[in-house]
Design a protein around this ligand. Structure first.
Ligand SMILES: NC(=O)c1ccc[n+]([C@@H]2O[C@H](COP(=O)([O-])OP(=O)(O)OC[C@H]3O[C@@H](n4cnc5c(N)ncnc54)[C@H](O)[C@@H]3O)[C@@H](O)[C@H]2O)c1
Length: 351
């Protein structure tokens, strides 16, 4: 993996104790010379154990801060003097947003607005002399584009009109609009990204891949919405992390980059791939294949049919490309969740 070539800076990662944020923090500490500040509220989804390998590193610092708390954020900025922010802190689970949308509005929209104001004060105040060097990388999702038909070749790209469907997607779309408004109105130096579905280690075990592994190992039914025909575009979290670093180093100000691995799969094929891997890694004995546990359940309200993203701009302009093949990435991820079953069970108890 190429090391960063940019001069050492101080970088805040909001949501740095979450799934993608912790992978980004681990990568920045291991592969760059930057000072890295994890800024996280530690909600049910955040876990400092994901940062254990960098916890004692002299270039890593942890700030337990809620992005909705302007005072605490301001104080953290003054203490840490950041040159850049990767903004990942968010409520991130679509099903939860359907059950209880208020927290998504609060964190993803109000929290982002608070962060933007604190960044503006910082770069217009103490950091003014180096203002043009500052960067905000706002990490968003391809779900802001809505849904594509199942039977089509069409993909989302940066020109696709916003059409968010779930409260989660709407809150992320709103946060994108706020970032663009702060960039346009106040000249805040920002770049936006939209990523496809990520998978990998340390993902909170309410998301599809860990749910399937845990339920299969427990001999419980594996629920699949509808007929499992919905399509998602999967990318390993380490590919996403390399893309984010490339955006910071080579991304054009004010630009949006869609990040994906051209990894379209139906939900049913993802579940089957996991079952086949488990058959090999943890044979179920006399019970036969884990596939027998697959149970089709009622579809969730407003379930988007298909996401597929064209990462062409990111590939051309950033010199980045997703590299981890699905078979390899999924095998390592399933093995990780098999090895960390106790961690997953304990995390689920805390929610
Ligand atoms: N997981 C994906 O597949 C995916 C795809 C595209 C985009 N994204 C985006 O990437 C970002 C990270 O996603 P993830 O899957 O790692 O999420 P996650 O739920 O695993 O982690 C979110 C982190 O944010 C922290 N957080 C939540 N509210 C906070 C607050 N008010 N103040 C400070 N910290 C807070 C949590 O403690 C947690 O550590 C999100 O913005 C999400 O919208 C995720």
């Amino acid at each position: 993996m190429p090391d960063s070539v940019s001069p050492p800076r101080t970088i805040i990662v909001t949501g740095g104790a979450g799934f993608i944020g912790s992978a980004l923090v681990r990568h920045l500490v291991a592969h760059t010379a930057h000072e890295v500040v994890t800024l996280d509220k530690l909600t049910y989804a955040g876990d400092e154990r994901a940062l254990a390998e960098v916890a004692a590193h002299p270039r890593h610092h942890f700030e337990r801060v809620d992005i909705c708390d302007g005072e605490a954020l301001r104080a953290a900025f003054v203490r840490r003097e950041p040159d850049a922010v990767f903004h990942l802190a968010a409520e991130s689970h679509v099903d939860r947003s359907i059950e209880a949308p208020a927290e998504f509005v609060q964190t993803n929209i109000a929290g982002t607005a608070t962060l933007l104001d604190v960044i503006r004060e910082w770069i217009d105040g103490p950091y003014a002399a180096a203002r043009s060097d500052f960067r905000l990388v706002h990490v968003s999702t391809d779900e802001v584009y809505g849904s594509l038909p199942l039977e089509s070749e069409t993909r989302f790209d940066e020109g696709t009109a916003y059409d968010p469907h779930s409260p989660y997607a709407a809150s992320k779309a709103a946060s994108d609009h706020l970032v663009r408004a702060w960039a346009h109105t106040y000249g805040l130096p920002a770049i936006l990204t939209h990523s496809t579905n990520n998978y990998g280690p340390w993902q909170y075990p309410e998301k599809l891949i860990p749910v399937v592994v845990l339920r299969a190992l427990a001999g419980e039914s594996i629920p699949v919405y509808g007929e499992g025909a919905n399509v998602r575009d999967w990318m390993h979290v380490d590919d996403h992390v390399r893309a984010l670093v490339a955006v910071l180093e080579r991304g054009r100000l004010g630009r949006t980059y869609d990040i994906g691995a051209r990894g379209e799969l139906t939900n049913l094929s993802v579940v089957r791939d996991i079952c086949w891997l488990l058959n090999e890694l943890v044979p179920a004995g006399s019970g036969g294949s884990y596939e027998r546990l697959i149970t089709f359940v009622d579809d969730r309200p407003g379930h988007d049919l298909r996401y597929a993203t064209d990462p062409g701009r990111a590939e051309r302009e950033l010199g980045w490309r997703a590299e981890i093949p699905w078979d390899e990435g999924l095998r390592a991820t399933v093995q990780w969740f098999v090895d960390h079953r106790a961690w997953s069970v304990e995390r689920l108890r805390r929610r």
